[in-house]
Design a protein. Structure first.
Lengths: 342, 268
């Protein structure tokens, strides 16, 4: 039986969202085959807890679980050899990883041990007529999309950025949990030791979860305008996003706001860009947005070509006006609401 | 203590010009005409850190690249920045290598040096941007490796405290040399190259190695035939939109924008 596997990444005791996105995609890929296909999730952890149920809810039929205290903190020296041994034993056909910080390291490491290929940062996956996985990967900052095939080696591996696919729950029959053989864990390379993981909880809404993203670029010119942009985003119930120069300048201080090839891929209902030129690296991360509105003072800005609406305007002028307009519009709405109550 | 640090660099088409990259309609090949070739920017951050570590501990920095013979220019630039020696791996047999074959070839050449304590390179390249070479290089070299390193501090001889990026934060590690580190831009800001650097670089050695100069290299792992991944068709993604211009005074434009936002499904 063909096996399509997803690496189940754990984030603070829970299954990461990208894992569920990939399981949903795996189910879709499985439909291309006329025979039965196993959808497997591979989980390495200190304690399985309720994670199996989550994986099951998103379509995992088999959960390969490796549970051990030594797997508490991720380190490729412990994780990769376990996965490589499991691959050799079970011979999966396809193995998908989230292109997270961990996945981006773990997938190529495992591939180097089992001597197979990984299509990195895929934007789409499908099964070709011959049953091979066809992975679409971006190159040149997303200007070119190329197909990657892994004809001879197994598994065909791919890493996919969070947010590329949509996670959909699917009722499956109860999943089977298979314990992963962990012998050899004691021989792991001791030259690298994980000490700690620090995560800062940001108050701001994550850009990949917001319905409206207000993005700012180098054209904001100063941190005051970045604050204005954040204010506008907040008023609209959305999130503030940025290009790379905003981070480099220190206006935006959270890397999680960056949109693009090295940042996040987003698909909000509405994207607005202020003082953004429209470099391929950035466009690649926002092109799937519902409605795109951009503002730039240069009438020939590239971003206008990828916008539904644009205005040639100075951010220094338009940002305060938009803030006022939204404020007064909300005030009117609130007043109206009050009247209706009375 | 003295360190031998090997820095891998990759010549890439200048990413400032990627909007000019196209596909030729007839040959279906990527056209990057007129785009200059530069050292992958984040590789220079790796080199900068290597030079700083050399200043601290003494030792030697070797830069290595697997590329076309023209990469001699890029190696010369790295030498002008301060590296001591350059190695250019170039051979028709290396062509078409994916990350696994590239990292294998680099690893074989680095092993041949015999004494590398630390291997550093950018976490990813601007063109292919797979970010896979550092980890795979580590595996071939049988050295522990880390990806997206943004801070390196020494603890004691040959022992380092290293930070790597993590979603909404970072991870901290203790690593004992030898190590392979794929670094991020924040690690170090590359120095400017002075006239003295350029003059000195002229007399620094660059060794050119082909397949037959690398001990124990196996054909089955190099070049196109040693690459598990194969490239299929390429296309330029359709990203264009209708682009209606909003006109009027700034105030009028603002009002129109609000309407569009509402029409886009957002309640204000
Ligand atoms: C390997 C690599 C990866 C990268 N990854 C990313 C990524 O993930 N995300 C990303 O964003 N970038 C990324 N970049 C950088 C990217 O190539 C561009 O440099 C960047 O997106 C440009 O940001 P920008 O549009 O804010 O700045 P600029 O290109 O400098 O544009 C500023 C714009 O603001 C306009 N402007 C100036 N003043 C005003 C004003 N007062 N009012 C209105 N408009 C004004 C200007 O006309 C201009 O169009 C990457 C680069 C490399 C090499």
């Amino acid at each position: 039986m063909k096996k399509i596997w997803v690496y189940a990444e754990e984030v603070q005791g829970e299954i990461s969202k990208v894992t569920l996105e990939l399981l949903s995609k795996a189910k879709e890929l499985a439909k291309a085959f006329s025979h039965e296909v196993e959808i497997g999730a591979v989980l390495l952890t200190k304690g399985i807890g309720e994670m199996t149920e989550t994986l099951e809810a998103y379509g995992a039929e088999v959960v390969y679980a490796g549970e051990d205290d030594r797997l508490e903190a991720y380190c490729h020296t412990t994780y990769a050899p376990v996965l490589a041994r499991l691959i050799k034993k079970e011979d999966p056909d396809i193995f998908l990883f989230g292109a997270t910080q961990i996945g981006s390291e773990l997938a190529p490491t495992v591939a180097a041990i089992v001597k197979t290929g990984v299509a990195a940062h895929c934007v789409d996956l499908r099964i070709g007529d011959d049953g091979l996985l066809i992975s679409e990967v971006p190159a040149f900052g997303g200007k070119i999309i190329g197909e990657i095939l892994i004809p001879k080696c197994r598994p065909q591996m791919a890493s996919i950025k969070p947010g590329t696919f949509i996670a959909t729950e699917s009722c499956v029959k109860c999943s089977v949990v298979k314990k992963i053989d962990l012998t050899g864990l004691e021989d792991a390379d001791k030259r690298l030791i994980p000490l700690k993981t620090c995560v800062t909880k940001s108050e701001a809404k994550p850009i990949d979860e917001a319905e409206i993203v207000i993005a700012g670029g180098y054209g904001l010119c100063c941190s005051e305008n970045w604050s204005r942009l954040q204010e506008l985003a907040e008023l609209l119930g959305g999130a503030a996003g940025s290009t790379r120069p905003c981070l480099d300048e220190g206006w935006a201080d959270n890397e999680q706001t960056m949109i693009g090839t090295s940042g996040k891929s987003i698909r909000p209902k509405v994207y607005m860009g202020f003082g953004i030129s429209g470099a391929t690296h950035h466009i690649c991360g926002m092109k799937d947005s519902g409605l795109v509105i951009s503002i730039n003072k240069d009438k020939n800005a590239n971003i206008f070509g990828v916008s539904d609406y644009y205005a040639v305007s100075d951010v220094n002028e338009i940002l305060p006006i938009l803030i006022d307009l939204v404020r007064s519009s909300k005030a009117t709405a609130a007043e109206k609401g009050e009247k209706e109550c009375h | 203590m003295s360190l031998h640090i090997v820095v891998c660099i990759k010549p890439v088409p200048d990413p400032d010009h990627y909007d000019r990259v196209t596909i030729a309609p007839d040959t279906k090949r990527i056209v990057r005409e007129g785009i200059p070739t530069v050292i992958n920017a984040v590789d220079k951050c790796a080199l900068e850190k290597a030079l700083q570590l050399r200043a601290q501990y003494g030792g030697k920095v070797t830069v290595i690249t697997m590329s076309l013979p023209s990469a001699d220019t890029n190696l010369r630039e790295a030498l002008a920045m301060g590296a001591d020696e350059g190695i250019l791996l170039t051979d028709r047999a290396f062509a078409g290598a994916d990350t696994l074959a590239t990292s294998y070839t680099l690893a074989k050449a680095i092993s041949q040096l015999g004494d590398a304590d630390l291997v550093m390179l950018g976490a990813e390249s601007a063109d292919g941007a797979t970010g896979q070479v550092p980890s795979q290089l580590g595996e071939w070299l049988k050295m522990p490796h880390l990806w997206n390193v943004f801070s390196i501090e020494d603890v004691e001889e040959k022992k380092y405290r290293i930070k790597t990026k993590y979603e909404n934060g970072y991870k901290e590690w203790e690593g004992t040399l030898p190590l392979v580190l794929g670094v991020s831009r924040e690690l170090a800001k590359p120095r400017h190259i002075g006239a003295m650097g350029i003059i000195k670089a002229k007399n620094k050695p660059i060794t050119v190695l082909g397949k037959n100069d690398i001990c124990g290299i196996e054909d089955e792992y190099i070049g196109l035939s040693g690459s598990p991944t194969q490239a299929g068709e390429i296309r330029t993604p359709e990203m264009g939109r209708s682009g209606h211009k909003l006109e009027g005074t700034t105030e009028e434009i603002g009002i129109q924008i609000l309407e569009k936002i509402r029409a886009g499904g957002i309640t204000i």
